[in-house]
Design a protein around this ligand. Structure first.
Ligand code: ATP
Ligand code: MG
Length: 511
């Protein structure tokens, strides 16, 4: 056994956790010191979230020990965890939408005066904490009104209010823009200086050297190594997936055919304006832009999930009825939404049922359901995507985050979609599985489908798109061929203001 550091806060030895049919953790060792950022690295389903749930008290281990200092501890429930000074920010947030920011921070511990909740004090205390994390939000705002970055800051403020010595963050950067990531890093660094021990889970390898001190790699429920955060990325990948990945963006171009999706003059008042582009058979078109540029809003309108005020959408030459998801699906459009939990999945249904959702709808309409065929097809797709599960009957709720995303993509693959729209398709996906998803995109386009991909991951857009449409402020700011598209050319368009001058705003591009 390795020697103990005097700064050790927590030690985990030989932890094991099984669920019916799944060994989530086989044997994991891990330790955390004061004033360090310890990164947990591993593929989707490797067991990272399960491990931290053992520290937060959500699960209890089947075997193994957890030590705090010299003492073996049992963490049964959130209160035990809190008593040990452990605060956890989950992959899915844990705030109550209808309560205010201050109420959420002090939930269950509201300061009282004469038996009544002392709102004044609660708001004042919350204000101090919010200042410490550097977030500009009123303690009296309802949490429902906050965007994701601010929700996360509120979670951190809550952790501070608990005086946490251990802060656990499960993929905190997955949903943040690069500016927000920088802000988060600044907070984490400050906490580290204050002596807090931070457990940090991420699939973004570049964040490891930027923020981390040590890395524990977990593969198939076992800790397979502990290395310094300065370890080169390819070495980290090799430890994590057990092989090296030589081509991160394996795009194989196909000759483009007819325009399968044609969008013209699409306008939704106050949201997006005069948006036009086309995607041809065999093509991958990327939509780049800053958060708030209107990309998600446009594709939701194309898919019929939202209405629009003007413009047209054609699929394979035929006009598509606006605001009608069924019509869009019948025409062969599929959408993998950015919010997979809210829109992409039925959490309490099985993997097989989720994979069959789209196909079942169309075949059932024709009057017959080929259950056997469904099962075989689901098996094939799940295998192709490498979905890590106990079986096709496992409920999607209990899949790891990355594996849930694979199921969302899989259901459209099964449905023989002609035009597949992907909104942030690799968010929360590990490096190996990303490549698998890119290969599926290649297969789709080789088979003649058209793919439209929104991504905030610029290297991904540049690496996988045959053409890039850049949006800014609800408009198409420009279109670039794969050859023209670079980090700089895309960013220049993404920050540009209206360029066509029709409504008085002058072009800001070079003369
Ligand atoms: N409540 C549960 N019931 C059944 N299986 C579960 C449950 N919770 C987790 N698992 C399984 O345990 C394994 C590990 O899951 P975990 O969520 O810890 O992975 P992860 O490393 O966090 O992955 P990701 O990077 O995708 O978030 C997965 O195979 C998952 O399906
Ligand atoms: Mg996880």
């Amino acid at each position: 056994m390795s020697s103990r550091s005097p700064d050790e806060l927590l030690r985990i030895e030989g932890i094991r956790k099984t669920f019916p049919g799944v060994v989530a953790l086989d044997s994991v060792d891990f330790d955390l010191r004061r004033g360090e950022v310890h990164v947990l690295l591993g593929e989707n389903g490797a067991g990272k979230s399960t491990l931290i749930k053992m520290l937060s008290g959500a699960y209890t281990p089947d075997a193994g020990r957890i030590l705090a200092g010299d003492e073996e501890v049992r963490i049964h429930g959130a209160q035990d965890s809190e008593r040990l000074g452990i605060a956890t920010i989950y992959q899915e947030f844990n705030l109550v939408p209808d309560l205010t920011v201050a109420e959420n921070i002090f939930l269950g511990r509201q300061p009282r005066r004469l038996g009544m909740i002392d709102r004044k004090r609660m708001d004042a205390d919350a204000e101090v904490l919010l200042k410490r994390v550097g977030v500009n939000v009123s303690p009296r705002t309802r949490v429902r009104e906050l965007g994701i970055a601010r929700l996360q800051m509120v979670e951190i403020a809550k952790a501070l209010s608990l005086d946490a010595r251990v802060l656990i963050m499960d993929e905190p950067t997955a949903v943040l823009t690069s500016d927000e990531v920088e802000k988060l890093f600044a907070i984490v660094r400050r906490l580290r200086e204050d002596g807090v021990g931070i457990v940090f889970i991420t699939h973004h390898l570049e964040e490891i050297a930027a923020l981390g001190d040590r890395v524990t790699v977990i593969r198939d429920g076992r800790s397979v190594g502990q290395v310094p955060a300065s370890t080169p990325e390819d070495e980290l990948v090799r430890l994590m997936v057990g092989r090296s990945i030589d081509q991160q963006y394996p795009r194989e171009r196909t000759d483009a055919g007819e325009a399968l999706l044609k969008v013209e003059g699409l306008t939704r008042d106050g949201v997006f304006h005069d948006v036009g582009f086309e995607v041809r058979a065999g093509e991958v078109v990327g939509i780049a832009g800053l958060v708030g540029a209107g990309r998600t809003e446009v594709v939701r309108a194309v898919f019929g999930a939202d209405p629009y005020d003007a413009g047209t959408v054609h699929v394979a030459g035929a006009p598509l009825r606006p605001h009608d998801v069924n019509a869009a699906m019948a025409a062969g459009i599929g959408l993998v939404p950015e919010d997979r939990k809210g829109q992409g999945l039925v959490l309490d249904a099985s993997v097989e049922e989720n994979l069959g959702l789209v196909t079942l709808r169309s075949t059932a309409r024709a009057g017959l359901v080929d259950l056997k065929g469904q099962h075989a097809a689901a098996e094939r797709i799940a295998g192709q995507l490498g979905v890590r599960m106990a079986g096709l009957g496992q409920h999607v709720r209990t899949l790891s985050g990355g594996n849930q995303q694979k199921v969302v993509i899989g259901k459209w693959l099964l449905a023989n979609t002609k035009v597949l729209i992907l909104d942030e398709p690799t968010r929360g996906i590990d490096v190996g599985a990303k490549v698998e998803i890119y290969q599926l995109i290649n297969e789709l386009t080789a088979a003649g489908a058209a793919v439209l991909m929104i991504s905030s991951d610029l290297p991904e857009v540049l690496g996988m798109s045959d053409r890039v449409v850049v949006m800014a402020q609800g408009r198409v700011a420009g279109e670039l061929s794969a050859e023209q598209a670079t980090q700089d050319s895309v960013m220049a368009l993404a920050v540009s203001t209206h360029t066509n001058g029709t409504d008085g705003t002058e072009a800001s591009r070079g003369h």
